[in-house]
Design a protein around this ligand. Structure first.
Ligand code: ATP
Length: 389
């Protein structure tokens, strides 16, 4: 096993655009690290540079004690599982898993022992004599994983290994990979664009955008303390609502005028963080709203209640999503447009999504009183996207 350490890693392709831009990231020995971000953010390129399938333009890549920039892929002792796992159709499951050991000329009895152990770990024992065509998608994926873990590699690298599976199987495999990684305790880097995978699998998650590392932290840290609009909007589902707000200052603090209503900022630190800004974006996660009728007295006092017109509801059995359309006042919208280079258009939605208890009786086409847990709101600088809270 080995730690992986990246220092100021840059990748320029032919067109001179940095696909990976000054990324510094330390993956600890035995850690499960997720690289996540939207399509094109550079996560696969970064993974390919770890493995050695892509040259590093500048920066330093270390695996354990060794600088590996100039070391050939096969001398790095890493094992990779790709999105399109290619099994050999004419070989049995046993021989597919044994393949890397045969290449390395491992003696027959040791091959037997290691393949048997790996198959047990992946619950493939009873399928060892089958050919890939006679396996389910999930079983094939496990064979591909078996082939990766049968070697005693210093680290495992996964490039979107579950993206070809259906949703149910993906959920199942997620748990299996998680269990397997904990059992083996091998340093693992796992690339995905799926925030659910990112949140559920890893010890820590590194969020990339346009080649730049935005934040590294535990899933909980990213959810509770996102450093900027991008991370806040990317992590969590449905994603955070960003409401345009103008700021009113008074002697004892500040209040925020949003299209959903006015919030008093009771926390003096939050008021101070706004500084002299006249407009901000208020981030509220859908799950930090509740149906005010279902909220007890003590809780009411801790938050704010706003009246909102719900135009669509979706009842999911365990939750009720309510959609609240709004319009930003034209002057606030204009100021935001001037300020925000950081905003993607979908971050300035014109509706808020609210996730309520399934027992809520709120219905479409009516006004509803919504309670907001104001202790959990975030305030963002619209010019830079930075989280001010
Ligand atoms: P996806 O999830 O779609 O695979 P990604 O986050 O893994 O995306 P990369 O594949 O690392 O992104 O690509 C990062 C950027 O580098 C993209 O803008 C892509 O177009 C560009 N890129 C990738 N490979 C090459 C290449 N061989 N030549 C030129 N540009 C490339």
């Amino acid at each position: 096993m080995a730690a992986i350490s990246m220092k100021n890693i840059v990748k320029l392709y032919g067109d001179g655009f940095p696909a990976v831009n000054e990324v510094s990231l330390d993956v600890r020995d035995g850690e499960f690290m997720i690289l996540v971000g939207p399509s094109g953010c550079g996560k696969s390129t970064l993974l390919r540079m770890i493995v050695g399938l892509e040259d590093i333009t500048s920066g330093e890549m270390r695996i354990g004690e060794r600088v590996v920039n100039k070391i050939a892929p096969r001398a790095r002792n890493l094992s990779m599982v790709f999105q399109n796992y290619a099994l050999y159709p004419h070989l049995t499951v046993f021989e597919n898993i044994a393949f890397p050991l045969r290449l390395a000329k491992v003696p027959g009895d040791e091959v037997q022992r290691r393949v048997t152990e790996t198959a047990e770990l992946l619950e493939l024992t009873e399928h060892l004599e089958r050919k890939p065509a006679h396996l389910s998608g999930g079983q094939r994926q496990r064979v591909a994983m078996g082939r990766a873990i049968v070697r005693q590699a210093d680290a495992f690298l996964f490039d979107e290994p579950l993206s070809n599976l259906d949703a149910k199987l993906r959920g199942q495999m997620r748990t299996e990979i998680s269990r397997l990684q904990r059992r083996l305790g091998v340093t693992t880097v796992y690339v995905t664009h799926d925030q659910t995978e990112a949140m559920t699998l890893g010890d820590r998650v590194a969020v990339l955008r346009r080649g730049v590392l935005q934040q590294v932290g535990s899933p909980r840290e990213l959810y509770e303390e996102p450093v900027n609009l991008f991370v806040a909007g990317f992590i969590g589902s449905p994603s955070m609502n960003f409401l345009p707000a103008s700021v009113d200052r008074s002697a004892d603090g500040a209040s925020l005028h949003t299209p959903l209503g006015r919030f008093e900022l009771r926390d003096p630190r939050k008021a101070a963080a706004i500084g002299e800004r006249e407009v901000v974006l208020v981030g509220i996660r859908p799950e930090h709203f509740e149906d005010a009728l279902l909220v007890g007295e003590e809780k009411r006092l801790r938050g704010s209640i706003v009246q909102a017109r719900v135009d669509v509801t979706e009842w999911l059995g365990n939750e009720l999503y309510a959609y609240v359309p709004y319009e930003a006042p034209p002057d606030v919208a204009a100021q935001l447009r001037d300020l925000s280079r950081e905003l993607d258009s979908d971050q300035l939605r014109t509706q808020a999504v609210v996730a309520l208890d399934a027992g809520s009786l709120i219905t479409a086409g009516h006004d509803a009183d919504l309670w907001i847990d104001t202790s959990r709101i975030h305030i963002f600088d619209p010019a830079t996207g930075t989280n001010l809270t």
